[in-house]
Every structure is written in C-alpha cells, then in structure tokens.
Ligand binder design. Structure first.
Ligand SMILES: Nc1ncnc2c1ncn2[C@@H]1O[C@H](COP(=O)(O)OP(=O)(O)OP(=O)(O)O)[C@@H](O)[C@H]1O
Ligand SMILES: [Mg+2]
Length: 261
C-alpha cells in the first residue's frame, strides 16, 4: 500500500530522512514514534508529496509518487486524510464549513456534502459547535474538526501527526479510539507521536521508531490484533455506534466515539 525505498531528505547538514525503507500494508495501524527531530513529520510530508525527497522512491498503491506531475497531486491527496499538529483549519469558516470543504471540491451534491459533514462532526462530538467559526473553537475542538475533515471523504490512508497534542488525556483516548475505528473501516492509519499516552494506549498493530532520520526499530505488536473485518460503509464509522462486538472486554481504551463529546 505504502512503500518507501531508500528515501533520503537533507536540510543543510541534517538528515531529516536517511535511506528510509518501509512497507506499510493496507489497514495497518502504525505508531510512528521517536524523539523530536527524528524525521516523523518529514516522513509524512513526503508521503503526501509535500516534500520531494533528494533520493529514493515512494509508492502508494504501486503509484510512484516521487515522479508525479503536479497536476496529479490533488488526486493523490484525495486518498490521504491528514491531521496535523497545527490543525490547518480556515479560521473564518464554520466547523461545518471546514469539514464540508473537503467534499465540496469533489462535485458531490450540496445536500450530501452537508449530510456527511454533519455526520462527521457528530462522530467527534461537535454537533452543537458546527456553526461556530473554527478560529473561535478551543484547540481540542479544532483538532476534532480536523479529524472529522480528514475522514469525511473516506480516505484510504490517514496520517495523524501528534493528533492528541492539544487534548487532555480523556479526550486523547477518545481520539485514539476513533482512529482505531477508522482502521476498521479499511483505512491505513499512521500516528506520529512522542506522547507516552498515545504510545501506551493506541491499538496499533505496528510500531516504527525513528531517530535522526533513520528507522531504528520496526515491530509488529502482539497485543492489539490485526484488524480483519472492515465495516461496510462510512455510516458505520461516522454514525452513532455501539461498542464493537469483536472487541473483547477490557481491550483497547473501552471508549466509544460518543465519549469524545
Ligand atoms: N523545512 C525545513 N527546513 C530545515 N530543516 C528542517 C525542515 N523541516 C524539518 N527540518 C529538520 O529535519 C529534522 C526532522 O524534522 P521533523 O519535523 O521531521 O521531526 P519530527 O520527528 O517530526 O519532530 P517533532 O517530534 O518535534 O515533531 C529536524 O532536525 C528539523 O529541524
Ligand atoms: Mg513532527
């Protein structure tokens, strides 16, 4: 699904990425950790084709994105939802307007855009704030809008860079649970973080540790199981949802999406 072959990126004397080779499978839930400056954000930005590596190749579904024409980049990004540390919301637009924007440019009917954007906001517990301008929301609320926006288009990959950085622990656990549900929908999710709460609680099946631009550890996690069955539709992800019957009691965070509210 995502394959990096000896990807390198230097900034002056700094190796932000140094011959990074990785293969990430469909529906992997990847924890990407490592100290500040390790190269986590740079890795994500190369997958998004925001940064062109100095050398190496990146394939997404067998598509070499290091050789993309700039006119193809929007099509790549339609398949990749992003949640970054700094939200990247439009402050003058409402919460609903920010989520809807991701769909408006796709030629979907206004009614459907509105319905799906509302559902996405509901799933992150922000129905009551949907008409509030993003710039007037708290950091935690803005992050939830950003997550709703990232998933509303049903991306095949979700990149979350420090997604819980501005949330208190309870909300952070709720966000991790939401991300686990997104994996169940069939999306490959990568969380970059150095937050110990995320490292300890994310139900990831794979942990990749970076340091000074290199992957220094890459392991399958035993505890959280590989997701097998994906829900069949977006509604199942975004609508009101009961606890997953497959999830044994006591496993995961035990928090449903409703607790994000
Ligand atoms: N645009 C840039 N110009 C110069 N140096 C950069 C740039 N972007 C990243 N770097 C450097 O590349 C290295 C990797 O940065 P990156 O942001 O990928 O780290 P990170 O692992 O995401 O760190 P953090 O956990 O603090 O977010 C750092 O040393 C950083 O200073
Ligand atoms: Mg970073």
């Amino acid at each position: 699904m995502i394959k990096l072959e000896k990807v390198s990126k230097r900034y002056g004397q700094i190796d932000a990425l140094k011959e990074v080779s990785l293969e990430i499978s469909e529906r992997d839930f990847v924890l990407l950790s490592g100290p500040s400056g390790a190269g986590k954000t740079t890795l994500m930005r190369t997958i998004l084709a925001e940064i062109q590596p100095d050398s190496g190749d990146i394939y997404i579904s067998d598509w070499n994105i290091t050789r993309l024409q700039s006119s193809s980049i929007p099509y790549l990004r339609r398949n990749i939802g992003v949640v970054f540390q700094d939200f990247k919301l439009l402050p003058q637009r409402s919460a609903l307007g920010n989520v809807a924007l991701a769909l408006e440019i796709r030629g979907i009917s206004r009614f459907e855009v509105h319905t799906r954007a509302r559902e996405a906001l509901k799933s992150v517990g922000l129905m009551e704030r949907m008409n509030t301008k993003a710039g007037q929301l708290s950091g935690g609320e803005q992050q939830r809008v950003a997550i709703a926006r990232a998933v509303v288009g049903g991306p095949s990959i979700l990149l979350a860079d420090e997604p819980t950085g501005n949330l208190d622990p309870d909300l952070a656990l709720g966000i991790l649970d939401l991300l686990a549900r997104i994996v169940r929908l069939g999306t490959t999710v990568i969380i970059a973080t150095h937050d110990p709460l995320v490292v300890q609680n994310a139900a990831c099946n794979r942990a990749i540790f970076m340091d000074q631009g290199e992957v220094v550890e890459d392991k399958q996690l035993k505890g959280p199981r590989r997701v097998q069955a994906a829900p069949t539709n977006l509604q199942e992800l975004l609508g009101d949802k009961e606890e997953d019957p497959e999830e044994p009691p006591g496993e995961g965070t035990g928090r449903g999406m409703s607790s994000i509210a």
